[in-house]
Design a protein around this ligand. Structure first.
Ligand code: F6P
Length: 547
């Protein structure tokens, strides 16, 4: 295949960019009263309004041509049918099999992985029911009241952020504390809150080789033994989720307390597997199944909807438009829902660990931009912080506004106020404020003409800043499942266009291995001083305090 930037569809987009760059969205809306209807769609109980984008119908057509020229539909089929599309690790990419109906078949290495998934889900369900019914007893015969979930990266963000998102569905007698950072403060602060007799530790690590998770689990076990538990009691309080059963049993977790996952699930795509155990414990297995069903609905939509009506593809291609043709380097997610406050951080790992790459599948260096910086937070809080830069900063930062139409906590006018902020922000980003409008607003305020003109210049807002709005009726396990899968597939589509492997993460390896070498230097009696001068000096400063 020719290089991406040589494709006819890419070049057509480049030629088209000049035309759109000089068009203001205000004019696009003024010219077409039907723009919202033409540029919005509903699927899986989500509504996507993409009308506030710097795009015409022609732009979308050209973007879809690019997707077609990059063979998107055959790449989608390859992923869903279990092909080893994670070529650098020689693995299939089958997180969608975790939410498949149990009578479906996905073959990986000659076996139907859906039946393995069904077996693990049955084990999860039995465990979840036992804990929630108070039948899983701690070493003094008391029921479990607290879970301490230990894991990092994909073994942490999904369980933590999606549990938080589904807080209204939590079982009354159960709470969960999440520990990721190897900083002892994290685990020490959590252990202050729990009682060893009624606490269950879930150690989640796909590889069972992650330093932070192993250290935190060892410290949790030491604490448990110091509180009065015995070695024989450990099995009542420690369970694990991993692909590496051998390492986990050698570590001391009872084999009966282990939940399997598979190498065809990427860490950042793993909340649907037993990595989601903390979520299932908190919200119950039926609700966990509803979360899977929501994602499954999005899988079906993604596989079957034509590009013109395909939500993940539309969002992905608009992202390509800004990243590759407008020079955007970041993308902001704004959750107008307190329960979804962590969602931008979840998508940050999902997207940045997937598409933060610069080598094509054939090993060439890319000559175009790939994954943008994903960031964001909770609305309306961000309006009083970083929205200033969105409105008047120099770059183009596309935004996704996400909001449920109904709150789990209806209280007076709060939700209407929240919605007014959400809609008002996307409107302001789109239309902006002209110099003349700003000047008119200053009239009658007693300013001299010169002063009024100066202030008006500062009040000008260029507008033409793109955004999507994603609405749902209410944040439920099912709508959340669909929302997460929407972003998973959006990330996949962009990886296809950029011709990179969205499913490996070699970039995190070097820092890990250098960190291990440095640890040895920090704590051993006679370290070899052969690092660079900066690293040597930093190590020495630490040693002076500790050795
Ligand atoms: O360091 C990155 C990473 O490998 C992520 O991809 C992964 O989710 C995380 O570490 C944790 O890995 P594990 O589940 O194997 O402990």
């Amino acid at each position: 295949m020719p290089k991406l930037t040589q494709l006819a569809s890419w070049q057509a987009l480049q030629a088209h960019q000049g035309q759109i760059a000089s068009t203001h969205m205000r004019d696009l809306f003024a010219a077409d009263a039907d723009r919202f209807h033409k540029m919005s769609l509903k699927s899986c109980d989500l509504l996507l309004d993409y009308s506030k984008n710097r795009a015409s119908e022609q732009t979308l057509e050209l973007l879809f041509n690019l997707a077609k020229e990059c063979n998107l539909s055959s790449k989608i089929n390859a992923m869903f049918s279990g092909e080893k599309i994670n070529t650098t690790e020689e693995r299939a990419v089958c997180h969608s099999a975790l939410r498949a109906n149990h009578d479906e078949q996905v073959q990986v290495d000659g076996s139907n992985i859906v039946s393995e998934v069904a077996a693990t889900q049955a084990q999860m369900q039995a465990f979840v029911d036992k804990v929630r019914c108070g039948n899983w007893l701690g070493y003094t015969g008391k029921a479990i009241t607290d879970i301490v979930a230990i894991g990092i990266g994909g073994s942490f963000l999904g369980p933590k952020i999606m549990s938080e998102a589904l807080r209204p569905y939590w079982h009354k007698g159960l709470t969960c504390h999440f520990v990721a950072n190897v900083d002892a403060t994290s685990i020490c602060e959590k252990l202050k809150k729990v009682d060893a007799e009624t606490t269950l530790f879930i150690m989640s690590s796909k590889s069972f080789g992650t330093q932070e998770t192993l250290s935190n689990t060892l410290s949790a076990k030491d604490w448990f033994l110091a509180q009065g538990g015995t070695q024989a009691d450990v099995a009542k309080h420690f369970v694990g989720v991993t692909t590496n059963i051998k390492a986990a049993t050698e570590f001391g977790i009872d084999e009966q307390n282990l939940f399997t996952m598979w190498d065809w699930v990427g860490g950042r795509y793993s909340l649907w597997s037993a990595i989601g155990l903390p979520i299932a414990l908190l919200i119950g297995f039926d609700n966990f199944k509803a979360l899977l069903a929501g994602a499954k609905a999005m899988d079906e939509h993604f596989q079957t909807a034509p590009l013109e009506q395909n939500m993940p593809a539309i969002m992905a291609m608009l992202g390509i438009w800004y990243t590759n043709f407008f020079g955007s380097q970041s993308h902001v997610l704004l959750s107008y829902d307190h329960y979804l406050r962590g969602f931008p951080a979840y998508v940050q790992q999902l997207d940045m660990e997937s598409n933060g790459k610069s080598t094509t599948l054939d090993g060439e260096q890319v000559d175009y931009s790939t994954g943008p910086v994903i960031w964001g937070g909770e609305g309306s809080n961000g309006q009083h912080a970083y929205h200033q830069l969105l409105h008047q900063g120099t770059g183009v930062i596309p935004a996704d506004f996400i909001m449920p139409l109904n709150s789990h906590n209806p209280l007076g006018e709060h939700h209407a106020q929240l919605a007014s902020n959400c809609f008002g922000q996307s409107q302001a980003l789109m239309q902006g404020r002209t110099f003349e409008e700003a000047l008119a607003e200053l009239e009658g305020k007693g300013l001299s003409q010169a002063k009024a003109e100066l202030i008006a210049k500062h009040k000008v807002m260029p507008g033409n800043k793109p955004s999507n709005t994603i609405l749902m009726d209410k944040l439920t396990p099912a709508t959340l499942g669909s929302l997460i899968a929407l972003y998973e597939h959006k990330t996949f589509v962009q990886g296809v266009i950029w011709d990179i492997n969205s499913f490996d993460q070699w970039g995190v390896e070097l820092g890990k291995s250098l960190g291990n070498e440095i640890l040895d230097r920090l704590v051993s009696e006679k370290p070899k001083a052969n690092l660079d001068s900066s690293s040597n000096a930093l190590v020495e400063l630490f040693r002076q305090k500790h050795i």
